[in-house]
Design a protein around this ligand. Structure first.
Ligand SMILES: O=C(O)CCC(=O)C(=O)O
Length: 260
Protein backbone atom coordinates (compact mmCIF):
# COMPACT_ATOMS: atom_id res chain seq x y z
CA UNK A 1 0.00 0.00 0.00
CA UNK A 2 1.58 3.25 -1.17
CA UNK A 3 0.86 6.01 1.33
CA UNK A 4 1.10 9.80 1.14
CA UNK A 5 1.07 11.80 4.35
CA UNK A 6 -0.03 15.42 3.91
CA UNK A 7 1.75 17.48 6.56
CA UNK A 8 0.13 20.83 5.90
CA UNK A 9 -0.44 24.16 7.56
CA UNK A 10 -4.12 24.80 8.31
CA UNK A 11 -5.52 28.30 7.78
CA UNK A 12 -7.33 29.36 10.95
CA UNK A 13 -11.11 29.73 10.53
CA UNK A 14 -10.84 29.76 6.73
CA UNK A 15 -12.47 26.66 5.20
CA UNK A 16 -12.40 27.97 1.60
CA UNK A 17 -8.65 28.41 1.74
CA UNK A 18 -8.18 24.99 3.36
CA UNK A 19 -10.35 23.16 0.83
CA UNK A 20 -8.27 24.79 -1.92
CA UNK A 21 -4.98 23.78 -0.31
CA UNK A 22 -6.12 20.21 0.29
CA UNK A 23 -7.24 19.87 -3.33
CA UNK A 24 -3.72 20.85 -4.45
CA UNK A 25 -2.06 18.38 -2.08
CA UNK A 26 -4.35 15.54 -3.16
CA UNK A 27 -3.62 16.24 -6.83
CA UNK A 28 0.12 16.26 -6.19
CA UNK A 29 0.07 13.06 -4.14
CA UNK A 30 -2.12 11.28 -6.69
CA UNK A 31 0.28 12.22 -9.51
CA UNK A 32 3.09 10.59 -7.54
CA UNK A 33 1.29 7.25 -7.82
CA UNK A 34 -0.08 7.08 -4.27
CA UNK A 35 -2.88 4.68 -3.32
CA UNK A 36 -3.89 6.15 0.05
CA UNK A 37 -3.68 9.86 0.94
CA UNK A 38 -3.89 10.86 4.60
CA UNK A 39 -4.84 14.34 5.88
CA UNK A 40 -4.40 15.96 9.32
CA UNK A 41 -6.99 16.76 12.03
CA UNK A 42 -9.55 19.60 11.75
CA UNK A 43 -8.15 20.71 8.41
CA UNK A 44 -11.26 22.62 7.36
CA UNK A 45 -11.33 25.18 10.16
CA UNK A 46 -8.43 24.64 12.57
CA UNK A 47 -9.19 24.86 16.28
CA UNK A 48 -11.46 27.91 15.84
CA UNK A 49 -13.84 26.44 18.39
CA UNK A 50 -15.62 29.71 19.22
CA UNK A 51 -16.64 30.05 15.57
CA UNK A 52 -17.96 26.55 15.00
CA UNK A 53 -21.49 27.77 14.34
CA UNK A 54 -20.19 29.57 11.25
CA UNK A 55 -17.44 27.13 10.26
CA UNK A 56 -18.59 23.59 10.95
CA UNK A 57 -19.59 21.52 7.95
CA UNK A 58 -23.29 20.68 8.36
CA UNK A 59 -23.59 16.88 8.24
CA UNK A 60 -20.15 16.84 6.62
CA UNK A 61 -21.85 17.40 3.26
CA UNK A 62 -19.21 19.69 1.76
CA UNK A 63 -16.36 17.45 2.93
CA UNK A 64 -17.96 14.20 1.77
CA UNK A 65 -18.75 15.61 -1.68
CA UNK A 66 -15.27 17.10 -2.01
CA UNK A 67 -13.36 13.98 -0.94
CA UNK A 68 -15.58 11.74 -2.99
CA UNK A 69 -15.05 13.87 -6.13
CA UNK A 70 -11.27 13.88 -5.72
CA UNK A 71 -11.04 10.17 -4.87
CA UNK A 72 -12.96 9.30 -8.03
CA UNK A 73 -11.10 11.77 -10.22
CA UNK A 74 -7.67 10.57 -9.12
CA UNK A 75 -8.57 6.97 -8.36
CA UNK A 76 -7.15 7.13 -4.81
CA UNK A 77 -8.36 6.24 -1.34
CA UNK A 78 -8.48 9.21 1.05
CA UNK A 79 -8.30 9.01 4.84
CA UNK A 80 -9.73 12.47 5.30
CA UNK A 81 -8.04 13.42 8.58
CA UNK A 82 -10.87 15.17 10.36
CA UNK A 83 -13.08 18.19 9.96
CA UNK A 84 -15.35 20.17 12.27
CA UNK A 85 -18.92 19.07 11.63
CA UNK A 86 -22.40 19.93 12.89
CA UNK A 87 -24.82 17.04 13.20
CA UNK A 88 -28.22 17.17 14.90
CA UNK A 89 -27.37 20.51 16.47
CA UNK A 90 -24.05 19.34 17.98
CA UNK A 91 -20.47 19.84 16.89
CA UNK A 92 -18.08 16.95 16.27
CA UNK A 93 -14.49 16.34 15.20
CA UNK A 94 -15.20 13.91 12.37
CA UNK A 95 -13.06 11.65 10.18
CA UNK A 96 -14.39 10.62 6.78
CA UNK A 97 -12.71 7.87 4.76
CA UNK A 98 -13.47 7.62 1.06
CA UNK A 99 -12.44 4.80 -1.24
CA UNK A 100 -11.29 5.17 -4.83
CA UNK A 101 -14.83 4.68 -6.13
CA UNK A 102 -15.85 7.74 -4.15
CA UNK A 103 -17.85 5.78 -1.56
CA UNK A 104 -17.71 6.91 2.08
CA UNK A 105 -16.45 3.79 3.85
CA UNK A 106 -16.31 5.25 7.33
CA UNK A 107 -17.40 8.18 9.46
CA UNK A 108 -15.90 8.52 12.94
CA UNK A 109 -16.29 11.14 15.65
CA UNK A 110 -13.29 11.69 17.95
CA UNK A 111 -14.02 9.72 21.08
CA UNK A 112 -11.81 11.51 23.64
CA UNK A 113 -12.13 15.29 23.74
CA UNK A 114 -9.07 17.29 24.77
CA UNK A 115 -9.85 19.40 27.85
CA UNK A 116 -6.53 21.26 27.73
CA UNK A 117 -7.75 22.92 24.50
CA UNK A 118 -11.39 23.29 25.75
CA UNK A 119 -12.61 20.89 23.09
CA UNK A 120 -15.15 19.38 25.52
CA UNK A 121 -16.80 22.80 26.02
CA UNK A 122 -17.64 23.10 22.33
CA UNK A 123 -17.81 19.61 20.86
CA UNK A 124 -19.48 16.27 21.54
CA UNK A 125 -17.63 12.98 21.75
CA UNK A 126 -18.18 10.03 19.46
CA UNK A 127 -19.47 6.75 20.81
CA UNK A 128 -18.08 4.12 18.47
CA UNK A 129 -14.86 2.68 17.13
CA UNK A 130 -13.62 3.16 13.59
CA UNK A 131 -12.70 0.03 11.65
CA UNK A 132 -12.96 -0.05 7.87
CA UNK A 133 -11.51 -1.79 4.83
CA UNK A 134 -9.35 -0.11 2.20
CA UNK A 135 -7.75 -2.03 -0.66
CA UNK A 136 -8.63 -5.29 1.12
CA UNK A 137 -6.82 -4.27 4.34
CA UNK A 138 -8.58 -3.89 7.70
CA UNK A 139 -7.77 -0.41 9.00
CA UNK A 140 -8.50 1.62 12.12
CA UNK A 141 -8.67 5.37 12.56
CA UNK A 142 -8.51 7.49 15.69
CA UNK A 143 -7.93 11.21 16.20
CA UNK A 144 -5.15 13.04 18.08
CA UNK A 145 -5.85 12.87 21.86
CA UNK A 146 -7.44 9.41 21.31
CA UNK A 147 -3.81 8.28 21.04
CA UNK A 148 -3.29 8.73 24.80
CA UNK A 149 -5.71 5.86 25.51
CA UNK A 150 -3.92 2.58 24.77
CA UNK A 151 -7.12 0.63 25.31
CA UNK A 152 -8.70 2.51 22.42
CA UNK A 153 -5.97 1.56 19.95
CA UNK A 154 -6.08 -1.98 21.33
CA UNK A 155 -9.84 -2.10 20.74
CA UNK A 156 -9.18 -1.38 17.06
CA UNK A 157 -6.34 -3.90 16.86
CA UNK A 158 -8.59 -6.55 18.41
CA UNK A 159 -11.17 -5.77 15.74
CA UNK A 160 -8.51 -6.65 13.18
CA UNK A 161 -6.82 -3.36 12.26
CA UNK A 162 -3.44 -3.97 10.62
CA UNK A 163 -2.85 -0.22 10.25
CA UNK A 164 -4.00 2.68 12.41
CA UNK A 165 -4.43 6.12 10.86
CA UNK A 166 -3.99 8.97 13.37
CA UNK A 167 -4.53 12.55 12.20
CA UNK A 168 -3.61 15.28 14.69
CA UNK A 169 -3.07 18.90 15.62
CA UNK A 170 -0.53 17.98 18.29
CA UNK A 171 1.26 21.05 19.70
CA UNK A 172 5.05 21.41 19.63
CA UNK A 173 5.66 21.45 23.42
CA UNK A 174 4.47 17.82 23.69
CA UNK A 175 5.90 16.45 20.46
CA UNK A 176 8.10 14.01 22.39
CA UNK A 177 4.93 12.43 23.84
CA UNK A 178 3.54 12.15 20.30
CA UNK A 179 6.59 10.32 19.03
CA UNK A 180 6.92 7.95 21.98
CA UNK A 181 3.22 7.13 22.19
CA UNK A 182 3.03 6.42 18.45
CA UNK A 183 6.00 4.10 18.58
CA UNK A 184 4.61 2.29 21.63
CA UNK A 185 1.18 1.86 19.99
CA UNK A 186 2.83 0.32 16.91
CA UNK A 187 4.97 -2.10 18.92
CA UNK A 188 2.29 -3.17 21.41
CA UNK A 189 -0.36 -3.70 18.73
CA UNK A 190 2.07 -5.04 16.13
CA UNK A 191 0.48 -2.89 13.46
CA UNK A 192 1.47 -0.03 11.18
CA UNK A 193 0.87 3.46 12.50
CA UNK A 194 0.33 6.27 9.98
CA UNK A 195 0.21 9.51 11.96
CA UNK A 196 -0.22 12.95 10.40
CA UNK A 197 0.35 16.15 12.32
CA UNK A 198 -0.06 19.70 11.01
CA UNK A 199 2.54 22.45 10.92
CA UNK A 200 2.15 26.21 11.46
CA UNK A 201 0.49 28.24 14.18
CA UNK A 202 -2.93 29.21 15.42
CA UNK A 203 -3.71 31.93 18.01
CA UNK A 204 -2.98 29.51 20.86
CA UNK A 205 -0.47 26.93 19.67
CA UNK A 206 2.53 26.16 17.53
CA UNK A 207 2.65 22.89 15.59
CA UNK A 208 5.80 21.27 14.29
CA UNK A 209 4.65 18.29 12.29
CA UNK A 210 6.77 15.22 12.89
CA UNK A 211 4.22 13.09 11.08
CA UNK A 212 5.35 9.51 11.38
CA UNK A 213 4.89 6.12 9.80
CA UNK A 214 5.98 3.27 12.04
CA UNK A 215 6.27 -0.42 11.22
CA UNK A 216 4.82 -3.22 13.40
CA UNK A 217 8.29 -3.96 14.79
CA UNK A 218 8.67 -0.30 15.76
CA UNK A 219 11.00 0.95 13.02
CA UNK A 220 10.46 4.52 11.89
CA UNK A 221 9.67 4.36 8.15
CA UNK A 222 9.06 8.04 7.81
CA UNK A 223 9.44 11.16 9.92
CA UNK A 224 8.12 14.41 8.52
CA UNK A 225 10.32 16.71 10.62
CA UNK A 226 8.97 20.23 10.98
CA UNK A 227 8.29 21.59 7.48
CA UNK A 228 5.21 21.53 5.27
CA UNK A 229 5.13 18.85 2.59
CA UNK A 230 3.90 15.51 1.37
CA UNK A 231 5.83 12.44 2.49
CA UNK A 232 5.62 9.02 0.89
CA UNK A 233 6.17 5.47 2.01
CA UNK A 234 4.94 1.95 1.39
CA UNK A 235 3.37 -0.59 3.75
CA UNK A 236 3.80 -4.35 3.37
CA UNK A 237 1.15 -6.20 5.34
CA UNK A 238 3.10 -9.46 5.35
CA UNK A 239 5.17 -7.68 8.00
CA UNK A 240 2.18 -7.54 10.36
CA UNK A 241 1.76 -11.32 10.02
CA UNK A 242 5.49 -11.90 10.50
CA UNK A 243 5.70 -9.82 13.69
CA UNK A 244 2.51 -11.28 15.18
CA UNK A 245 3.84 -14.77 14.53
CA UNK A 246 7.30 -14.04 15.99
CA UNK A 247 5.90 -12.67 19.27
CA UNK A 248 2.26 -13.81 19.62
CA UNK A 249 1.13 -11.01 21.92
CA UNK A 250 -2.51 -11.37 20.97
CA UNK A 251 -2.55 -15.10 21.86
CA UNK A 252 -0.67 -14.43 25.09
CA UNK A 253 -3.12 -11.89 26.54
CA UNK A 254 -4.58 -12.89 29.95
CA UNK A 255 -7.72 -10.84 29.85
CA UNK A 256 -9.13 -12.05 33.18
CA UNK A 257 -6.24 -10.22 34.89
CA UNK A 258 -7.08 -6.93 33.22
CA UNK A 259 -10.62 -6.56 34.57
CA UNK A 260 -11.08 -3.93 37.28
O1 LIG B 1 -2.65 15.02 23.95
C1 LIG B 1 -2.03 15.99 23.53
O2 LIG B 1 -1.02 16.42 24.09
C2 LIG B 1 -2.49 16.72 22.32
C3 LIG B 1 -3.91 16.40 21.99
C4 LIG B 1 -4.51 17.40 21.08
O3 LIG B 1 -3.92 18.40 20.77
C5 LIG B 1 -5.83 17.15 20.52
O4 LIG B 1 -6.45 16.13 20.79
O5 LIG B 1 -6.30 18.00 19.74
Amino acid sequence: MKIAVVQMDVAFADPDRNFGQVEGFIEEAAKAGTEVIVLPEMWNAGYALKELERLADVNGERTKKFLSRLATKHHVHIVGGSVATKKNGRFYNTMYVVDQSGDIVSEYDKAHLFKLMDEHKFMSAGEKANVFTLAGVTCGGIICYDLRFPEWTRTHALKGAAVMFIPAQWPKPRIDHWQLLLQARAIENQCYIVAVNRVGEDPNNEFNGHSMVIAPWGELLLSGEAGEGIFYTELDFQEVKRVRKAIPVFDDRRTHLYEL
